[in-house]
Design a protein. Structure first.
Length: 627
């Protein structure tokens, strides 16, 4: 008879045994219908990780969808979304947890369809091992290559090539060998430390947990044997200390601690450290884990560090070993996976989030994208959904980083759309650009305030935006004349005039429009620095770029003026005959016809031109701007 005390002892022993087990995170990937969900369901079934009532329900559901005999469609155990069951494919990343006597597992079952590659990137980002399934009837497919490339880019060192559905090719050894040879030929250019091939049948259970009686010619481990014994020692453990500060802990005036998670290396009591980017040095005085004080803390532990002296550090700073090679830069070459339906354009500004740090960043160079079939470098003008590309990125301030291959947490980042707050890309830093360390801001003796004092007035930007034919140039020109008459130093940047010189290399694609506005923003900033009032007259159709320009300036230096003229009125005016050409199809991507105009949401000044004359509007502007 089991007493209550014995039951408690058994539970405690079980929990202690579980705590001693290490955890392996692995991802299953491959093309559509290669059997990823079936494989995971089979592993759970044979490991006796599902209850009898679940088995009966699976048998019932399997019969409903036409599974033969007593066979179970194990994919039903994993495919949780109703849309997945209806389509027979995995859409979302399904995380499952499995425990054996030797190891604990966190399994990411990722989508096989190309349109869900971005979901696969999410699952791969934390994996130690990748299990790449290949349908023995079809061999290596484009999506197999795509997923393998992503696993390589993400930095997964070891992969298992699980050649599935061997039962459907009569367990033929030659076909297995041919597929593995074909995969190895492709994978020669990828950065895997180890590739292991295992012939399996997820449906029948061959070589999943138990050795197959049908493939006597295979002498290697079963899939579970391999996963239970593979060495997954994290290189981050042996790397120098890196500890991003998540929170400055100040419960009272006598306590200052820095809380976060150790992403590489170890922290030891008395260890000499430095804080980046400031470079200040100190020693670790205390390591606190809740109520306990530790002598040492390892990679993955969330702790609070106290130092032996007061240092001004904040969230986003990083504590590193004093002799570390951790770098600081604002320009990088990166691998980028584009994850959004909207294209990625050169010059458009995003938020770049790396660890606890968030900064503004934009793509400065689209170097190439990869052809997943040949690994060929292809020319690229914009990034499309699921593109794998190499690009250069610049941030608006220097950040602390490591190369992704050395330290994933300090070398990986995401790009976020600043208007929608959606994640649009995942990136991995390859290295900093040399020019980032060779360029320094020159300190000038004459400041912006000095120039303003000499001119006798403030300097700022009056940014006129609206459709072609709305009256932007007319209003800006009339306003500049009034300001000139009042002794205000001005300069008018007009869209057509600038395209005749500075921007004559740009066309009218979305990418070129973005670069056009980026350049104008930088020029306008120089004019403001010189103490001049600058007026601009550009369609500037996209909110993201108008926000990008606004962010270049200090508070009170940028005024967005929306010249609100309905399309039918602007088209009726058509002073340059452009609308007629656009309607005839002679001007593609013309704003308002073939390309959108995104109206300002909160302009500083909103002008409705159909209600007033030019002179009346100019007087209103002078009053509102207090000029």
């Amino acid at each position: 008879m089991v007493t209550k005390s014995n039951a408690i002892k058994q539970v405690n022993k079980y929990l202690e045994d579980q705590a001693r087990l290490d955890t392996l995170r692995f991802i299953t990937c491959g093309s559509v219908d290669d059997g990823k969900s079936t494989l995971i369901g089979r592993m759970f079934f044979e490991a006796q990780m599902i209850f009898e009532d679940q088995v009966k329900l699976l048998q019932t559901d399997s019969k409903k969808i036409g599974t033969q005999g007593d066979d179970i469609d194990f994919a039903l155990l994993v495919d949780g979304l109703s849309s997945e069951r209806e389509q027979g494919i995995t859409i979302d990343v399904a995380y499952r947890f499995l425990t054996t006597k030797r190891r604990k597992f966190i399994i990411a079952d990722t989508p096989g369809h190309e349109q869900y590659t971005r979901n696969m990137v999410t699952g791969a980002s934390t994996a130690d091992i990748a299990v790449i399934l290949i349908d023995a009837r079809k061999g290596v497919l484009p999506q197999t290559r795509r997923h393998s490339m992503i696993c390589s880019l993400i930095g997964i060192p070891k992969v298992v090539i699980a050649i599935n559905k061997m039962d459907l090719i009569e367990y033929e050894q030659k076909k297995f060998n041919d597929i593995f040879e074909s995969y190895n030929t492709f994978a020669n250019e990828l950065k895997f430390d180890q590739i292991t091939a295992i012939p399996i049948s997820a449906l029948k259970g061959d070589n999943i947990i138990h050795k197959s009686s049908q493939m006597f010619w295979y002498k290697g481990p079963t899939l579970l044997d391999f996963l239970e014994t593979v060495d997954t020692r994290n290189s981050s453990v042996n790397y120098p200390l890196s500890f991003p500060i998540q929170w400055v802990n100040r419960p009272n005036l006598n306590f200052r601690g820095y809380s976060g998670t150790i992403v590489s290396g170890t922290a030891k009591l008395g260890q000499l450290i430095k804080i980046l980017p400031s470079g200040e040095t100190a020693a670790i005085r205390e390591i606190i884990l809740f109520k306990d004080k530790l002598q040492i803390a390892k990679t993955g532990q969330a702790v609070t560090l106290r130092l032996n002296k007061e240092i001004d550090a904040s969230r986003g700073d990083i504590i590193v070993a004093r002799d570390t090679n951790c770098e600081v830069s604002d320009q990088f070459e990166v691998n980028l996976v584009w994850m959004h339906q909207e294209p990625g354009y050169l010059g458009r500004t995003f938020w770049l989030k790396i660890g606890a740090i968030q900064v503004n960043a934009h793509i400065t160079t689209l170097k190439y994208k990869l052809n997943i079939n040949t690994l060929e470098h292809l020319t690229v003008r914009q990034l499309e959904l699921n593109d794998l590309a190499v690009v250069n990125i610049k941030t608006d301030q220097k950040i602390v980083f490591e190369r992704y291959r050395d330290c994933k947490p300090l070398g990986s980042f995401i790009l976020i759309d600043r208007m929608t707050h959606q994640t649009v890309a995942a990136g991995m830093i390859k290295f900093s650009l040399r020019r980032a360390t060779n360029i320094y801001r020159q300190k000038l003796n004459i400041s912006k305030e000095n120039r303003r004092k000499l001119n006798g007035h403030d300097s700022f930007v009056l940014w006129f935006t609206g459709l072609s034919g709305s009256g932007k140039s007319t209003l800006a020109n009339a306003l500049e004349k009034k300001l000139y008459d009042r002794g205000v130093h001005t300069y008018l940047l007009d869209g057509d005039n600038v395209r005749l010189g500075l921007n004559n290399d740009l066309g009218f694609t979305n990418a070129d429009r973005i670069e056009n506005i980026r350049r104008i923003g930088e020029v306008a900033k120089l004019f403001v620095d010189s103490g001049i009032v600058v007026l601009t007259a550009f369609i500037s159709p996209f909110r993201a770029e108008r926000k990008m320009v606004r962010d270049l300036f200090e508070e009170g230096e940028f005024f967005e003026i929306f010249v609100d003229t309905p399309l039918h009125i602007a088209e009726k005016r058509d002073p340059k005959g452009l609308y007629k050409k656009a309607r005839r199809g002679e001007i593609p991507n013309f704003t308002g016809i073939g390309s959108p105009y995104e109206t300002p949401l909160k302009p500083n000044i909103h002008i409705k031109t159909k209600n007033y004359s030019v002179s009346e509007i100019v007087e209103q502007l002078l009053l509102k701007l207090k000029l």
